[in-house]
Design a protein around this ligand. Structure first.
Ligand code: SIN
Ligand code: MN
Length: 207
């Protein structure tokens, strides 16, 4: 039997395939409604960096694990900081994973990042997971975010592209451990979220 393959991407940036507008307007609305239920159960919070500074991005998670950071460092935890279990990963989110990461194991964490105008995320690697052969899938909703990706070493050349509402990207192969971040968010570029801002979901296989 042939290995399952993903459909052709619209663009490959720093080795990461990007499908522009993979989610249409109705699918985006459905996803936002599901995410509002996630945030009602597990409210957004501002994690601290290792250096004790509050991140500008607010976060929560769904799935068996949630991503967390404080002065002790970056890690996955099995409960929201309030003590409640993380809600289940919504089915419309899992559907994107099945379509675009068909050979991968099922994700056990969906990190939900919310960028209010002015929020950004510095260059970092996603390396708190056990198996780097499993991809990370990113879904963008709401305002455009200027995404930057480099290589596997800090300080090399980087490439940038705006990620718009409905765009989906896979960090896979050599891009799985690439440095990446969000330089800025273009406020008012989308009307998806009534309150404005940008949501990014990243689906990860943790164990
Ligand atoms: C992340 O690296 O966790 C988020 C990337 C993004 O917001 O597009
Ligand atoms: Mn990341």
């Amino acid at each position: 039997m042939r290995a399952p393959v993903s459909p052709e991407p619209d663009l490959v940036l720093g080795g990461a395939p990007i499908w522009r507008g993979w989610l249409g307007p109705a699918a985006q609305d459905e996803m936002v409604a599901a995410l509002r239920r996630v945030v009602a159960a597990a409210p957004l919070f501002s994690p601290e960096t290792r250096w004790g500074k509050a991140m500008s991005v607010r976060m929560t998670s769904a799935g068996r694990y949630g991503w967390y950071s404080d002065r002790k460092g970056y890690r996955y935890i099995e409960r929201h900081p309030s003590g409640v279990a993380w809600p289940a990963i919504p089915e419309p989110v899992l559907k994107v994973w099945r379509a675009l990461a068909p050979g991968a194991r099922a994700p056990d964490c969906c990190l939900v990042n919310f960028y209010a105008p002015g929020a950004k995320m510095g260059l970092h690697q996603d390396r708190d997971e056990a198996d780097f052969l499993q991809p990370v899938l990113s879904i963008s909703l709401g305002d455009d975010g200027l995404f930057r990706i480099g290589g596997q070493e800090r300080g090399g050349t980087t490439q940038s592209a705006w990620l718009g509402s409905g765009d989906v990207m896979l960090l896979t192969g050599p891009s799985r451990l690439a440095y990446h971040g969000i330089d800025r968010v273009r406020g008012g570029s989308s009307s998806l979220l009534k309150e404005g801002g940008r949501i990014n979901l990243t689906l990860r296989v943790v164990d």
